[in-house]
Design a protein around this ligand. Structure first.
Ligand SMILES: Cc1cc2nc3c(=O)[nH]c(=O)nc-3n(C[C@H](O)[C@H](O)[C@H](O)COP(=O)(O)OP(=O)(O)OC[C@H]3O[C@@H](n4cnc5c(N)ncnc54)[C@H](O)[C@@H]3O)c2cc1C
Ligand code: SF4
Length: 488
Protein backbone atom coordinates (compact mmCIF):
# COMPACT_ATOMS: atom_id res chain seq x y z
CA UNK A 1 0.00 0.00 0.00
CA UNK A 2 1.52 3.30 -1.14
CA UNK A 3 0.27 5.66 1.57
CA UNK A 4 -1.86 4.21 4.39
CA UNK A 5 -3.65 7.52 5.01
CA UNK A 6 -3.94 8.51 1.33
CA UNK A 7 -7.64 7.70 1.03
CA UNK A 8 -8.39 10.00 3.99
CA UNK A 9 -6.14 12.85 2.89
CA UNK A 10 -6.90 13.17 -0.81
CA UNK A 11 -10.09 13.57 -2.78
CA UNK A 12 -10.66 11.98 -6.16
CA UNK A 13 -9.72 14.43 -8.91
CA UNK A 14 -9.98 13.92 -12.65
CA UNK A 15 -7.66 15.65 -15.12
CA UNK A 16 -8.70 19.00 -16.59
CA UNK A 17 -10.52 19.10 -19.91
CA UNK A 18 -10.16 21.75 -22.62
CA UNK A 19 -12.98 24.35 -22.47
CA UNK A 20 -16.12 23.32 -24.37
CA UNK A 21 -15.86 26.18 -26.87
CA UNK A 22 -12.32 25.11 -27.86
CA UNK A 23 -12.87 21.40 -28.02
CA UNK A 24 -15.94 21.72 -30.25
CA UNK A 25 -13.70 23.26 -32.93
CA UNK A 26 -11.66 20.07 -33.41
CA UNK A 27 -11.97 16.29 -33.33
CA UNK A 28 -8.96 15.97 -31.04
CA UNK A 29 -8.93 14.41 -27.59
CA UNK A 30 -9.28 17.10 -24.95
CA UNK A 31 -8.54 15.44 -21.59
CA UNK A 32 -5.26 16.80 -20.26
CA UNK A 33 -2.76 14.72 -18.27
CA UNK A 34 -2.41 14.86 -14.49
CA UNK A 35 0.56 16.71 -13.04
CA UNK A 36 3.12 14.30 -11.52
CA UNK A 37 1.97 15.29 -8.02
CA UNK A 38 -1.69 14.73 -8.81
CA UNK A 39 -0.99 11.31 -10.32
CA UNK A 40 0.89 10.41 -7.15
CA UNK A 41 -1.99 11.65 -4.94
CA UNK A 42 -4.59 9.69 -6.94
CA UNK A 43 -2.54 6.48 -6.69
CA UNK A 44 -2.12 7.15 -2.95
CA UNK A 45 -5.90 6.91 -2.51
CA UNK A 46 -5.85 3.15 -3.15
CA UNK A 47 -6.30 1.23 0.11
CA UNK A 48 -4.79 -2.04 -1.19
CA UNK A 49 -7.90 -3.80 0.08
CA UNK A 50 -7.67 -7.29 1.54
CA UNK A 51 -10.36 -8.24 -0.94
CA UNK A 52 -9.88 -5.84 -3.87
CA UNK A 53 -13.32 -5.78 -5.46
CA UNK A 54 -11.86 -3.69 -8.29
CA UNK A 55 -10.23 -6.92 -9.61
CA UNK A 56 -13.49 -8.74 -9.95
CA UNK A 57 -15.25 -5.65 -11.34
CA UNK A 58 -12.77 -5.64 -14.24
CA UNK A 59 -13.55 -8.17 -17.02
CA UNK A 60 -9.79 -8.49 -17.58
CA UNK A 61 -9.05 -9.12 -13.90
CA UNK A 62 -6.59 -6.19 -13.90
CA UNK A 63 -4.20 -6.32 -10.92
CA UNK A 64 -5.15 -2.84 -9.77
CA UNK A 65 -3.84 -2.33 -6.21
CA UNK A 66 -0.40 -3.55 -7.30
CA UNK A 67 -0.12 -1.09 -10.17
CA UNK A 68 -1.47 1.73 -8.01
CA UNK A 69 1.25 0.97 -5.50
CA UNK A 70 3.97 0.95 -8.19
CA UNK A 71 2.70 4.31 -9.49
CA UNK A 72 2.81 5.80 -6.00
CA UNK A 73 6.44 4.67 -5.68
CA UNK A 74 7.31 5.93 -9.18
CA UNK A 75 8.25 2.39 -10.27
CA UNK A 76 7.05 2.91 -13.83
CA UNK A 77 8.43 -0.23 -15.39
CA UNK A 78 6.85 -2.36 -12.67
CA UNK A 79 3.54 -0.55 -13.08
CA UNK A 80 3.67 -1.17 -16.83
CA UNK A 81 4.60 -4.84 -16.43
CA UNK A 82 1.73 -5.44 -13.99
CA UNK A 83 -0.77 -3.59 -16.17
CA UNK A 84 0.03 -5.46 -19.40
CA UNK A 85 0.06 -8.82 -17.66
CA UNK A 86 -3.74 -8.76 -17.98
CA UNK A 87 -4.49 -6.13 -20.63
CA UNK A 88 -2.93 -5.96 -24.11
CA UNK A 89 -4.27 -2.50 -24.85
CA UNK A 90 -4.49 -0.20 -21.79
CA UNK A 91 -4.16 2.79 -24.13
CA UNK A 92 -7.69 1.95 -25.39
CA UNK A 93 -9.36 1.04 -22.11
CA UNK A 94 -7.61 3.93 -20.32
CA UNK A 95 -9.44 6.29 -22.68
CA UNK A 96 -12.87 4.80 -23.31
CA UNK A 97 -13.72 2.16 -20.73
CA UNK A 98 -16.80 2.84 -18.58
CA UNK A 99 -14.59 1.51 -15.78
CA UNK A 100 -16.62 -1.22 -14.05
CA UNK A 101 -13.55 -1.54 -11.76
CA UNK A 102 -14.33 1.92 -10.35
CA UNK A 103 -17.98 0.97 -9.73
CA UNK A 104 -16.68 -1.98 -7.71
CA UNK A 105 -13.93 -0.05 -5.85
CA UNK A 106 -14.31 -0.45 -2.08
CA UNK A 107 -13.58 3.23 -1.51
CA UNK A 108 -16.71 3.91 -3.54
CA UNK A 109 -18.90 2.62 -0.68
CA UNK A 110 -18.73 5.96 1.12
CA UNK A 111 -16.23 8.10 -0.85
CA UNK A 112 -15.45 8.63 -4.52
CA UNK A 113 -13.67 5.60 -6.00
CA UNK A 114 -10.00 5.54 -6.97
CA UNK A 115 -9.46 7.08 -10.44
CA UNK A 116 -8.29 3.70 -11.78
CA UNK A 117 -8.95 4.35 -15.46
CA UNK A 118 -6.90 7.58 -15.55
CA UNK A 119 -4.05 5.95 -13.65
CA UNK A 120 -4.08 3.14 -16.23
CA UNK A 121 -3.90 5.63 -19.10
CA UNK A 122 -0.99 7.45 -17.46
CA UNK A 123 0.96 4.21 -16.91
CA UNK A 124 0.75 3.17 -20.55
CA UNK A 125 1.50 6.63 -21.94
CA UNK A 126 4.54 6.91 -19.65
CA UNK A 127 5.56 3.40 -20.77
CA UNK A 128 5.42 4.42 -24.44
CA UNK A 129 7.46 7.58 -23.69
CA UNK A 130 10.08 5.56 -21.82
CA UNK A 131 10.12 2.98 -24.63
CA UNK A 132 9.07 0.08 -22.45
CA UNK A 133 6.47 -0.75 -25.09
CA UNK A 134 8.29 -2.36 -27.97
CA UNK A 135 7.93 -5.35 -30.22
CA UNK A 136 9.14 -8.54 -28.62
CA UNK A 137 9.11 -11.04 -31.48
CA UNK A 138 9.36 -14.62 -30.29
CA UNK A 139 12.01 -16.94 -31.71
CA UNK A 140 9.75 -19.86 -31.01
CA UNK A 141 7.91 -21.03 -34.15
CA UNK A 142 5.19 -23.65 -33.85
CA UNK A 143 4.53 -23.91 -37.58
CA UNK A 144 0.78 -23.47 -36.92
CA UNK A 145 -1.20 -20.87 -38.87
CA UNK A 146 -4.17 -18.99 -37.40
CA UNK A 147 -6.60 -16.69 -39.23
CA UNK A 148 -8.38 -13.98 -37.24
CA UNK A 149 -11.41 -12.46 -38.97
CA UNK A 150 -12.03 -8.92 -37.76
CA UNK A 151 -9.54 -6.42 -36.34
CA UNK A 152 -11.58 -4.85 -33.53
CA UNK A 153 -10.32 -5.15 -29.94
CA UNK A 154 -11.31 -8.85 -29.75
CA UNK A 155 -9.44 -9.82 -32.94
CA UNK A 156 -6.45 -7.65 -32.04
CA UNK A 157 -6.19 -9.15 -28.54
CA UNK A 158 -6.43 -12.70 -29.92
CA UNK A 159 -3.76 -11.94 -32.54
CA UNK A 160 -1.44 -10.25 -30.01
CA UNK A 161 -1.62 -13.29 -27.71
CA UNK A 162 -1.30 -15.94 -30.43
CA UNK A 163 1.80 -14.37 -32.00
CA UNK A 164 3.51 -14.37 -28.59
CA UNK A 165 3.40 -18.17 -28.42
CA UNK A 166 4.87 -18.67 -31.86
CA UNK A 167 1.90 -19.16 -34.18
CA UNK A 168 1.72 -17.47 -37.58
CA UNK A 169 -1.20 -15.00 -37.42
CA UNK A 170 -3.07 -13.29 -40.28
CA UNK A 171 -5.84 -10.79 -39.48
CA UNK A 172 -8.49 -10.23 -42.17
CA UNK A 173 -10.29 -6.87 -42.05
CA UNK A 174 -12.93 -5.68 -44.50
CA UNK A 175 -12.28 -2.00 -43.81
CA UNK A 176 -9.31 -0.14 -45.23
CA UNK A 177 -7.54 0.06 -41.85
CA UNK A 178 -7.49 -2.16 -38.75
CA UNK A 179 -9.20 -1.31 -35.45
CA UNK A 180 -12.89 -2.22 -35.82
CA UNK A 181 -15.15 0.11 -33.85
CA UNK A 182 -12.10 1.64 -32.18
CA UNK A 183 -11.30 3.18 -35.56
CA UNK A 184 -14.64 3.51 -37.33
CA UNK A 185 -17.17 3.82 -34.50
CA UNK A 186 -15.70 5.62 -31.51
CA UNK A 187 -15.04 9.26 -32.46
CA UNK A 188 -11.55 10.75 -32.52
CA UNK A 189 -12.39 13.13 -29.69
CA UNK A 190 -12.61 10.05 -27.42
CA UNK A 191 -9.81 8.06 -29.05
CA UNK A 192 -7.42 9.59 -31.57
CA UNK A 193 -6.50 7.07 -34.23
CA UNK A 194 -2.71 7.42 -33.98
CA UNK A 195 -3.17 5.51 -30.73
CA UNK A 196 -4.37 2.50 -32.76
CA UNK A 197 -1.67 2.95 -35.46
CA UNK A 198 1.02 2.99 -32.76
CA UNK A 199 -0.19 -0.38 -31.42
CA UNK A 200 -0.66 -1.93 -34.88
CA UNK A 201 2.98 -1.05 -35.68
CA UNK A 202 4.17 -2.97 -32.60
CA UNK A 203 2.00 -5.95 -33.57
CA UNK A 204 3.30 -5.91 -37.15
CA UNK A 205 6.88 -5.80 -35.88
CA UNK A 206 6.04 -8.89 -33.81
CA UNK A 207 4.92 -10.62 -37.00
CA UNK A 208 1.12 -10.21 -37.19
CA UNK A 209 0.04 -9.83 -40.83
CA UNK A 210 -2.93 -7.51 -41.47
CA UNK A 211 -4.91 -8.01 -44.69
CA UNK A 212 -7.23 -5.01 -45.03
CA UNK A 213 -9.97 -4.49 -47.65
CA UNK A 214 -10.47 -8.24 -47.27
CA UNK A 215 -14.02 -9.28 -46.41
CA UNK A 216 -14.12 -12.99 -45.78
CA UNK A 217 -17.28 -14.37 -47.35
CA UNK A 218 -17.25 -11.65 -50.03
CA UNK A 219 -14.01 -10.73 -51.81
CA UNK A 220 -12.14 -13.45 -49.90
CA UNK A 221 -13.93 -16.82 -50.06
CA UNK A 222 -14.61 -18.41 -46.66
CA UNK A 223 -13.00 -21.57 -48.09
CA UNK A 224 -9.62 -19.79 -47.80
CA UNK A 225 -9.95 -20.24 -44.02
CA UNK A 226 -9.62 -24.00 -44.51
CA UNK A 227 -5.93 -23.49 -45.22
CA UNK A 228 -5.38 -22.46 -41.57
CA UNK A 229 -4.92 -24.70 -38.54
CA UNK A 230 -7.42 -22.60 -36.55
CA UNK A 231 -9.72 -19.63 -37.10
CA UNK A 232 -10.94 -16.92 -34.70
CA UNK A 233 -14.17 -15.17 -35.70
CA UNK A 234 -14.14 -11.64 -34.26
CA UNK A 235 -16.36 -9.77 -36.72
CA UNK A 236 -18.34 -7.76 -34.15
CA UNK A 237 -22.10 -7.20 -33.85
CA UNK A 238 -22.80 -4.98 -36.80
CA UNK A 239 -26.51 -5.16 -37.66
CA UNK A 240 -28.19 -2.10 -36.09
CA UNK A 241 -31.69 -2.07 -34.56
CA UNK A 242 -34.02 -0.23 -36.94
CA UNK A 243 -37.02 1.98 -36.19
CA UNK A 244 -39.64 0.85 -38.69
CA UNK A 245 -42.11 3.70 -38.47
CA UNK A 246 -43.73 5.73 -41.27
CA UNK A 247 -41.17 8.04 -42.88
CA UNK A 248 -38.15 5.83 -42.15
CA UNK A 249 -37.19 6.06 -45.84
CA UNK A 250 -36.92 9.90 -45.83
CA UNK A 251 -33.65 11.66 -46.68
CA UNK A 252 -32.03 12.60 -43.40
CA UNK A 253 -32.90 9.46 -41.38
CA UNK A 254 -29.74 7.42 -40.81
CA UNK A 255 -28.32 4.71 -38.63
CA UNK A 256 -25.85 6.22 -36.14
CA UNK A 257 -23.01 4.16 -37.56
CA UNK A 258 -23.53 5.60 -41.07
CA UNK A 259 -23.01 9.05 -39.55
CA UNK A 260 -20.16 8.18 -37.17
CA UNK A 261 -18.17 5.93 -39.49
CA UNK A 262 -18.22 8.54 -42.23
CA UNK A 263 -16.98 11.24 -39.86
CA UNK A 264 -14.12 9.07 -38.61
CA UNK A 265 -13.18 8.38 -42.24
CA UNK A 266 -13.28 12.11 -42.95
CA UNK A 267 -10.96 12.83 -40.02
CA UNK A 268 -8.67 9.95 -41.02
CA UNK A 269 -8.53 10.99 -44.70
CA UNK A 270 -9.99 7.64 -45.74
CA UNK A 271 -12.15 7.53 -48.86
CA UNK A 272 -15.89 6.82 -48.67
CA UNK A 273 -18.43 6.47 -51.46
CA UNK A 274 -21.67 7.49 -49.73
CA UNK A 275 -23.06 11.04 -49.94
CA UNK A 276 -22.00 13.33 -47.08
CA UNK A 277 -24.13 13.14 -43.93
CA UNK A 278 -23.63 16.45 -42.16
CA UNK A 279 -25.38 17.99 -39.17
CA UNK A 280 -24.25 21.52 -40.05
CA UNK A 281 -27.05 24.07 -39.54
CA UNK A 282 -29.61 21.31 -38.84
CA UNK A 283 -31.87 20.42 -35.95
CA UNK A 284 -30.52 16.99 -35.05
CA UNK A 285 -32.54 14.33 -33.28
CA UNK A 286 -30.57 11.45 -31.78
CA UNK A 287 -32.80 8.48 -30.94
CA UNK A 288 -31.21 6.29 -28.26
CA UNK A 289 -29.74 7.39 -24.96
CA UNK A 290 -26.59 5.26 -24.80
CA UNK A 291 -22.92 5.76 -25.70
CA UNK A 292 -23.47 5.58 -29.46
CA UNK A 293 -26.12 8.28 -29.14
CA UNK A 294 -23.78 10.40 -27.06
CA UNK A 295 -21.10 10.06 -29.78
CA UNK A 296 -23.67 11.34 -32.31
CA UNK A 297 -24.29 14.33 -30.02
CA UNK A 298 -20.57 15.21 -29.83
CA UNK A 299 -20.13 14.77 -33.59
CA UNK A 300 -23.22 16.87 -34.42
CA UNK A 301 -21.97 19.71 -32.25
CA UNK A 302 -18.59 19.60 -33.99
CA UNK A 303 -20.37 19.76 -37.37
CA UNK A 304 -22.10 22.95 -36.15
CA UNK A 305 -25.66 21.67 -35.68
CA UNK A 306 -28.38 24.27 -35.04
CA UNK A 307 -29.75 22.20 -32.16
CA UNK A 308 -29.14 18.70 -30.78
CA UNK A 309 -31.85 16.71 -28.99
CA UNK A 310 -31.50 13.18 -27.63
CA UNK A 311 -34.48 10.94 -26.89
CA UNK A 312 -34.56 7.77 -24.87
CA UNK A 313 -37.51 5.36 -24.61
CA UNK A 314 -36.64 4.33 -21.05
CA UNK A 315 -37.24 6.63 -18.05
CA UNK A 316 -34.45 8.84 -16.71
CA UNK A 317 -32.07 6.66 -14.65
CA UNK A 318 -31.43 7.54 -11.00
CA UNK A 319 -28.41 9.66 -9.99
CA UNK A 320 -27.35 7.30 -7.21
CA UNK A 321 -27.49 3.57 -6.46
CA UNK A 322 -30.87 2.04 -5.62
CA UNK A 323 -31.87 -1.24 -3.95
CA UNK A 324 -31.92 -2.83 -7.40
CA UNK A 325 -28.26 -1.95 -8.06
CA UNK A 326 -26.29 -2.26 -4.81
CA UNK A 327 -22.51 -1.86 -4.57
CA UNK A 328 -20.37 -3.47 -6.07
CA UNK A 329 -22.58 -4.17 -9.11
CA UNK A 330 -22.24 -1.96 -12.18
CA UNK A 331 -25.08 0.54 -11.66
CA UNK A 332 -27.23 1.91 -14.50
CA UNK A 333 -27.07 5.53 -13.37
CA UNK A 334 -27.72 8.82 -15.13
CA UNK A 335 -24.57 9.42 -17.16
CA UNK A 336 -23.67 12.88 -18.40
CA UNK A 337 -20.87 12.46 -20.91
CA UNK A 338 -18.43 15.08 -22.14
CA UNK A 339 -20.54 15.23 -25.33
CA UNK A 340 -23.63 16.11 -23.31
CA UNK A 341 -21.65 18.88 -21.60
CA UNK A 342 -21.03 20.36 -25.05
CA UNK A 343 -24.72 21.07 -25.65
CA UNK A 344 -27.71 18.77 -25.93
CA UNK A 345 -31.32 18.67 -24.81
CA UNK A 346 -32.02 15.28 -23.28
CA UNK A 347 -35.46 13.74 -22.83
CA UNK A 348 -36.48 10.37 -21.45
CA UNK A 349 -39.70 8.31 -21.72
CA UNK A 350 -40.35 9.39 -25.29
CA UNK A 351 -41.39 7.28 -28.28
CA UNK A 352 -41.04 8.44 -31.88
CA UNK A 353 -44.11 7.52 -33.94
CA UNK A 354 -43.47 8.99 -37.37
CA UNK A 355 -40.91 10.88 -39.43
CA UNK A 356 -42.48 13.65 -41.50
CA UNK A 357 -41.01 14.86 -44.80
CA UNK A 358 -41.47 17.72 -47.23
CA UNK A 359 -42.65 17.23 -50.82
CA UNK A 360 -39.07 16.42 -51.92
CA UNK A 361 -38.75 13.50 -49.51
CA UNK A 362 -36.53 15.37 -47.06
CA UNK A 363 -37.07 14.95 -43.33
CA UNK A 364 -38.56 18.03 -41.66
CA UNK A 365 -40.05 16.82 -38.37
CA UNK A 366 -40.72 13.88 -36.05
CA UNK A 367 -44.02 13.06 -34.34
CA UNK A 368 -43.38 11.96 -30.77
CA UNK A 369 -45.34 10.97 -27.67
CA UNK A 370 -44.59 10.90 -23.94
CA UNK A 371 -44.59 7.54 -22.16
CA UNK A 372 -45.60 6.56 -18.66
CA UNK A 373 -43.68 3.62 -17.10
CA UNK A 374 -44.98 1.11 -14.59
CA UNK A 375 -42.32 -0.10 -12.15
CA UNK A 376 -41.77 -3.33 -10.19
CA UNK A 377 -41.24 -3.54 -6.40
CA UNK A 378 -37.52 -2.64 -6.81
CA UNK A 379 -38.37 0.44 -8.86
CA UNK A 380 -37.32 -1.07 -12.18
CA UNK A 381 -39.34 0.06 -15.23
CA UNK A 382 -41.28 -2.88 -16.68
CA UNK A 383 -44.14 -1.65 -18.89
CA UNK A 384 -45.03 1.56 -20.65
CA UNK A 385 -48.15 3.25 -21.99
CA UNK A 386 -48.55 6.43 -24.04
CA UNK A 387 -49.62 9.58 -22.19
CA UNK A 388 -52.95 10.60 -23.78
CA UNK A 389 -52.87 13.97 -25.54
CA UNK A 390 -49.06 14.26 -25.44
CA UNK A 391 -48.44 13.67 -29.15
CA UNK A 392 -46.61 16.52 -30.85
CA UNK A 393 -44.23 17.33 -33.69
CA UNK A 394 -40.68 18.58 -33.31
CA UNK A 395 -38.65 19.99 -36.19
CA UNK A 396 -35.59 17.98 -37.27
CA UNK A 397 -33.67 17.67 -40.51
CA UNK A 398 -31.30 14.91 -39.39
CA UNK A 399 -32.12 11.84 -37.30
CA UNK A 400 -29.55 9.31 -36.14
CA UNK A 401 -30.85 5.96 -34.90
CA UNK A 402 -28.66 4.80 -32.02
CA UNK A 403 -30.78 2.03 -30.54
CA UNK A 404 -28.16 -0.68 -30.30
CA UNK A 405 -27.18 -3.64 -32.44
CA UNK A 406 -29.05 -6.91 -33.00
CA UNK A 407 -26.38 -9.43 -33.96
CA UNK A 408 -23.48 -10.00 -36.37
CA UNK A 409 -23.97 -10.03 -40.12
CA UNK A 410 -25.10 -13.52 -41.14
CA UNK A 411 -24.78 -13.09 -44.87
CA UNK A 412 -21.38 -14.03 -46.29
CA UNK A 413 -18.89 -15.26 -43.68
CA UNK A 414 -21.23 -16.95 -41.16
CA UNK A 415 -23.56 -18.49 -43.74
CA UNK A 416 -20.64 -19.81 -45.79
CA UNK A 417 -18.97 -21.32 -42.72
CA UNK A 418 -22.28 -22.74 -41.52
CA UNK A 419 -21.53 -22.06 -37.84
CA UNK A 420 -24.46 -22.45 -35.43
CA UNK A 421 -26.04 -19.31 -34.01
CA UNK A 422 -27.78 -18.78 -30.68
CA UNK A 423 -31.34 -17.54 -30.16
CA UNK A 424 -30.16 -13.90 -30.41
CA UNK A 425 -28.42 -14.54 -33.74
CA UNK A 426 -24.87 -14.40 -32.32
CA UNK A 427 -22.30 -17.09 -33.06
CA UNK A 428 -22.88 -19.94 -30.61
CA UNK A 429 -19.76 -20.68 -28.55
CA UNK A 430 -19.72 -21.15 -24.81
CA UNK A 431 -18.05 -18.43 -22.72
CA UNK A 432 -14.75 -19.78 -21.44
CA UNK A 433 -14.50 -22.27 -24.34
CA UNK A 434 -15.02 -20.08 -27.44
CA UNK A 435 -15.30 -23.17 -29.68
CA UNK A 436 -18.06 -22.87 -32.30
CA UNK A 437 -20.07 -25.76 -33.77
CA UNK A 438 -17.45 -26.05 -36.53
CA UNK A 439 -14.15 -27.80 -35.81
CA UNK A 440 -11.08 -25.50 -35.66
CA UNK A 441 -13.31 -22.39 -35.61
CA UNK A 442 -13.52 -20.22 -32.47
CA UNK A 443 -15.42 -16.98 -31.81
CA UNK A 444 -14.85 -14.00 -29.50
CA UNK A 445 -16.04 -10.47 -28.77
CA UNK A 446 -19.31 -8.90 -29.87
CA UNK A 447 -19.77 -11.55 -32.58
CA UNK A 448 -20.16 -14.14 -29.79
CA UNK A 449 -21.47 -12.21 -26.76
CA UNK A 450 -23.51 -9.55 -28.60
CA UNK A 451 -23.00 -5.79 -28.41
CA UNK A 452 -20.79 -5.07 -25.42
CA UNK A 453 -17.67 -3.15 -24.40
CA UNK A 454 -14.07 -2.83 -25.53
CA UNK A 455 -12.84 -4.29 -22.23
CA UNK A 456 -14.99 -7.40 -22.75
CA UNK A 457 -13.77 -7.74 -26.33
CA UNK A 458 -10.13 -7.66 -25.17
CA UNK A 459 -10.91 -10.13 -22.39
CA UNK A 460 -12.63 -12.55 -24.80
CA UNK A 461 -9.87 -12.18 -27.40
CA UNK A 462 -7.26 -13.11 -24.79
CA UNK A 463 -9.21 -16.02 -23.33
CA UNK A 464 -10.12 -17.32 -26.79
CA UNK A 465 -6.43 -17.19 -27.85
CA UNK A 466 -5.57 -19.45 -24.91
CA UNK A 467 -8.22 -21.96 -26.00
CA UNK A 468 -6.92 -21.87 -29.58
CA UNK A 469 -3.37 -22.39 -28.32
CA UNK A 470 -4.51 -25.36 -26.18
CA UNK A 471 -6.32 -26.79 -29.21
CA UNK A 472 -3.21 -26.46 -31.40
CA UNK A 473 -0.56 -27.52 -28.89
CA UNK A 474 -2.40 -29.59 -26.28
CA UNK A 475 -1.42 -27.06 -23.57
CA UNK A 476 -0.98 -23.28 -23.27
CA UNK A 477 1.38 -21.00 -21.44
CA UNK A 478 -0.82 -17.98 -22.08
CA UNK A 479 -2.18 -16.54 -18.84
CA UNK A 480 -5.77 -17.14 -17.85
CA UNK A 481 -7.58 -14.25 -16.21
CA UNK A 482 -8.32 -16.57 -13.31
CA UNK A 483 -4.61 -17.14 -12.67
CA UNK A 484 -3.12 -15.73 -9.48
CA UNK A 485 -0.22 -13.37 -10.10
CA UNK A 486 2.62 -12.95 -7.70
CA UNK A 487 4.41 -9.63 -7.93
CA UNK A 488 6.23 -9.85 -4.63
C1 LIG B 1 -20.38 4.29 -31.72
C2 LIG B 1 -19.90 3.33 -30.69
C3 LIG B 1 -19.25 3.81 -29.58
C4 LIG B 1 -18.79 2.93 -28.62
N1 LIG B 1 -18.15 3.44 -27.54
C5 LIG B 1 -17.64 2.59 -26.62
C6 LIG B 1 -16.93 3.10 -25.51
O1 LIG B 1 -16.78 4.31 -25.34
N2 LIG B 1 -16.41 2.21 -24.63
C7 LIG B 1 -16.54 0.86 -24.78
O2 LIG B 1 -16.02 0.09 -23.99
N3 LIG B 1 -17.24 0.34 -25.83
C8 LIG B 1 -17.78 1.18 -26.75
N4 LIG B 1 -18.49 0.68 -27.81
C9 LIG B 1 -18.59 -0.80 -27.95
C10 LIG B 1 -17.27 -1.39 -28.49
O3 LIG B 1 -16.76 -0.58 -29.53
C11 LIG B 1 -17.47 -2.82 -28.96
O4 LIG B 1 -18.03 -3.58 -27.92
C12 LIG B 1 -16.14 -3.46 -29.38
O5 LIG B 1 -15.49 -2.70 -30.37
C13 LIG B 1 -16.36 -4.88 -29.89
O6 LIG B 1 -15.14 -5.38 -30.34
P1 LIG B 1 -15.07 -6.57 -31.42
O7 LIG B 1 -13.63 -6.75 -31.70
O8 LIG B 1 -15.86 -7.72 -30.93
O9 LIG B 1 -15.83 -6.03 -32.72
P2 LIG B 1 -15.65 -4.72 -33.61
O10 LIG B 1 -14.94 -3.63 -32.91
O11 LIG B 1 -17.02 -4.44 -34.12
O12 LIG B 1 -14.72 -5.21 -34.81
C14 LIG B 1 -15.16 -6.17 -35.73
C15 LIG B 1 -14.35 -6.01 -37.01
O13 LIG B 1 -14.59 -7.12 -37.86
C16 LIG B 1 -14.66 -6.68 -39.19
N5 LIG B 1 -15.38 -7.69 -39.97
C17 LIG B 1 -16.66 -8.11 -39.80
N6 LIG B 1 -16.96 -9.10 -40.67
C18 LIG B 1 -15.83 -9.30 -41.41
C19 LIG B 1 -15.52 -10.19 -42.48
N7 LIG B 1 -16.41 -11.05 -42.95
N8 LIG B 1 -14.27 -10.14 -43.02
C20 LIG B 1 -13.34 -9.26 -42.54
N9 LIG B 1 -13.60 -8.38 -41.53
C21 LIG B 1 -14.83 -8.41 -40.97
C22 LIG B 1 -15.39 -5.36 -39.08
O14 LIG B 1 -15.16 -4.55 -40.23
C23 LIG B 1 -14.76 -4.78 -37.82
O15 LIG B 1 -13.60 -4.03 -38.14
C24 LIG B 1 -18.99 1.53 -28.78
C25 LIG B 1 -19.66 1.04 -29.90
C26 LIG B 1 -20.13 1.94 -30.85
C27 LIG B 1 -20.85 1.42 -32.04
S1 SF4 C 1 -11.04 -1.67 -4.45
FE1 SF4 C 1 -10.36 0.49 -4.80
S2 SF4 C 1 -9.24 1.00 -2.93
FE2 SF4 C 1 -9.44 -1.24 -2.92
S3 SF4 C 1 -7.60 -2.05 -3.91
FE3 SF4 C 1 -9.09 -1.75 -5.57
S4 SF4 C 1 -8.70 0.35 -6.33
FE4 SF4 C 1 -7.67 0.18 -4.33
Amino acid sequence: MGKPTGFKEFERALPKKAPVANRKKTYNEFVQPYSDDELNRQAARCMNCGIPFCHSGCPLGNVIPEFNDAVYDGKWEDAYRILVSTNNFPEFTGRICPAPCESACVLGINRSPVAIEEIEKHIIEIAYKREYVKARPTHLKTGKRVAVVGSGPAGLAAAAQLIRVGHEVTVYERDDKPGGLLRYGIPDFKLEKWVIDRRIKVMEEEGVVFRCNAEVGKNVPASELQTYDAVVLAGGSTIPRNLNIPGRELNGVHFAMEFLKQQNKRVGNSAFEEADILATGKNVLVIGGGDTGSDCVGTSNRHGAKSVTQFELMPQPPKGRTEAMPWPTYPMLLKTTTSHEEGCERHWSIATKEFIGDDKGNLKAARIVDLEWERDSLGRPVKFSEVPGSEREIPCELVTLAMGFLHPQHEGLLEQLGVERDERGNVRAQEGEYQTSTARVFAAGDMRRGQSLVVWAISEGRECARKVDEYLMGYSELESKDAVFDYA
